[in-house]
Design a protein around this ligand. Structure first.
Ligand SMILES: Cc1ncc(COP(=O)(O)O)c(C=O)c1O
Length: 457
């Protein structure tokens, strides 16, 4: 059989993307105050800002959308949504929400109170914010290997099981309303969690009678990594692996904008009848009736089909290979990245890429700006601008939307990154001219520390 892994689809509908010249991009970047969030999307050639809600839907999803039942209560679309999800997760209650953070807000709003502690491998930023919003503490317990960008380890998203047990003993089980595992671990570089680790965490939780929840945004990508890397799973299907993983827990939150293959949506699942009732009461207050939860019937249909498509082997093989393709090609030329390549994104280590730019001059933002100037590519800084002085790393994330870009798009991205790599010593740092009191990275304004910005040739 041929070794080339191809996109397992043909393209039926296309959306033109627009070239700009470098002088145009220099001006656009200045107007956007060197913050790529402030750029109009039409001025971006390849948009790798996020993989969330940016995927392309399939013909089967579009066909399902036409069957959307928009009844306020008891719609057929909800029945299809619930049974498709239940087949994978096996949980009794499936509560639709408008996206992942709404599921988080409802879950933590119901189970957490001030003084509680929530252990996770690594909390995503909205998850952390929702835990902290109710006065609880979000504690990250990823294994030590998961904190070393250059280190190769098959399951860098694993939770440190000994640390979990220690936290439970120190804090007391009554102050830990749940334990969470984020699969894959987005904030830790899109790194997977092994089934062995899931079982070990689950065993601790069961021993202390603490519910285990999954932040399941990328459950299918995680299942693929288990199939590829964990002995004993080679001949299982991604669906069987996902089913086994969910069977070790008691519920999940999900953003269907990732492995739901949809542009909007999410859900919250639990096996606990009493909890489900309280969650549905809160849902009605802020999201909508429990058979639509803030979504249109057609969104429920797109998700019902999407969660199944995300588990198809041809799709996952291509998905994970195309992310690794980008990472391996730039790493082979010396570009420092978080190793090994994650499922949905490649993370460039901007401190190592630009050692002459100190952290307080935002090397990640400077590098992201340069990738835009050089080739119209939009990425995102995850570092000092996002987390302030608490940032342990300055990374530039290149997130790959699902089923959107072809290999030649990725070849182009590789070429642009390598061009910037060759000229890296000419890149300058940036300084802040405006910052909001919280979540400043979305709206921050910056300017070059020195006049000459960018790679000048
Ligand atoms: C791991 C993880 N959890 C939760 C969320 C929140 O999902 P949403 O953006 O749909 O609110 C995200 C989104 O990027 C995520 O990556």
């Amino acid at each position: 059989m041929a070794k080339t892994i191809i996109e397992p689809f043909r393209i039926k509908s296309v959306e033109p993307i627009r070239w700009t010249t470098r002088p145009e991009r220099e001006e656009l970047l200045q107007v956007a105050h060197y913050n790529l969030f402030l750029l109009p999307a039409e001025d971006v050639l390849i948009d790798l800002l996020t993989d969330s809600g940016t995927g392309a839907m399939s013909t089967n999803q579009w066909a399902a959308i036409m069957q959307g039942d928009e009844s306020y209560a008891g719609s057929k679309s909800y029945d299809r949504f619930r049974s498709s999800i239940q087949e994978i997760v096996g949980y009794r209650h499936v509560i639709p929400t408008h996206q992942g953070r709404a599921a988080e807000r409802i879950l933590f709003g119901v189970v957490c109170k001030k003084g509680d502690v929530v252990p996770n491998n690594t909390h995503f930023d909205t998850t952390r914010a929702n835990v902290e919003f109710v006065g609880a503490e979000a504690r990250d317990l990823v294994i030590a290997e998961g904190k070393q960008p250059g280190l190769i380890h098959p399951f860098k998203g694993n939770m440190d099981v000994a640390a979990l047990e220690e936290v439970i003993q120190r804090v007391g089980r009554e102050r830990i309303p749940l334990v969470m595992l984020t699969v894959t671990n987005n904030s830790g570089g899109g790194q997977p969690v092994s089934m062995e680790n899931v079982r070990a965490v689950s065993a601790v939780c069961r021993r202390y009678k603490i519910p285990l929840y999954f932040d399941a945004c990328r459950f299918a990508e995680n299942a693929w990594f288990i199939k590829q890397r964990e002995p004993g799973y080679e001949s299982k299907t991604p669906k069987q692996i996902a089913q086994e993983m969910f069977s070790c827990g008691d519920g999940c939150t999900m953003s269907a904008k990732k492995d739901g293959m949809a542009n909007i949506g999410g859900f919250l699942c639990t096996n606990d009848d009493l909890l489900a009732q309280q969650e549905k009461d809160l849902l009605i207050l802020t999201e909508g009736y429990p058979t639509y939860g803030g979504l249109a019937g057609r969104d429920l249909e797109a998700i019902a089909v999407g969660v199944q498509e995300a588990l198809e082997e041809d799709y996952l093989r291509y998905r994970i290979a195309s992310t690794a393709y980008l990472g391996n090609h730039i790493a082979a030329q010396g570009v420092p990245i978080v190793q090994p390549p994650g499922g949905h994104a490649i993370y460039i280590d901007a401190r190592a890429f630009l050692p002459h730019i100190p952290a307080d001059q935002f090397p990640g933002v400077a590098l992201a700006a340069e990738l835009y100037l050089e080739g119209g590519i939009r990425s995102v800084e995850i570092g000092t601008l996002m987390f302030g002085a608490a940032a342990k790393m300055d990374l530039v994330r290149l997130a790959i939307p699902r089923r959107v870009y072809t290999q030649s798009h990725i070849d182009y991205v590789v070429e642009v990154i390598l061009e910037v790599w060759d000229q890296r010593d000419k890149i300058h740092g940036l300084k802040l001219t405006y910052e909001a009191p919280f979540l400043r990275h979305f709206t921050a304004q910056l300017e070059p520390v020195e006049q000459a910005v960018g790679v000048r040739r």
